[in-house]
Design a protein around this ligand. Structure first.
Ligand code: FES
Length: 107
């Protein structure tokens, strides 16, 4: 499945993410700056914050766990209604075409 990332500088990066892999892992493997993924997906850093652009895809994403929900309240860029931690966005075929905005570390 393909996922498009809108970087903080408004450029777009299209990534091919394998089913079962997370957006964070695919983005760090591709060397993208905006997603740091400090904790390696352990739900303890929040440096993988993204906002899903389209509500329809937000609904298709895996459910938010209570831990992720708590972590989202302490992200550098303020949480938005469609905020997710991209290490928890494990890709399914249904999520093909999803567009996410990478959180701006300056905010
Ligand atoms: Fe640390 Fe997602 S990579 S919370």
């Amino acid at each position: 499945p393909k996922v498009t990332l809108i970087n903080p500088d408004n450029t777009r990066t299209e990534l091919e993410v394998a089913v079962g892999d997370s957006v964070m892992r695919a983005a760090t493997a591709a060397g993208l700056d905006g997603i740091v993924g400090d904790c390696g997906g352990g739900l303890s850093c929040s440096t993988c914050h993204v906002v899903i652009v389209d509500d329809a895809y937000f609904a298709k994403a895996p459910e938010i766990s209570p831990t992720e929900d708590q972590m989202l309240d302490f992200t550098a860029m303020e949480r938005e209604p469609n905020s997710r931690l991209s290490c928890q966005l494990v890709i399914t075929d249904e999520m093909d075409g999803m567009v996410v905005r990478v959180a701006d570390p300056q905010l």
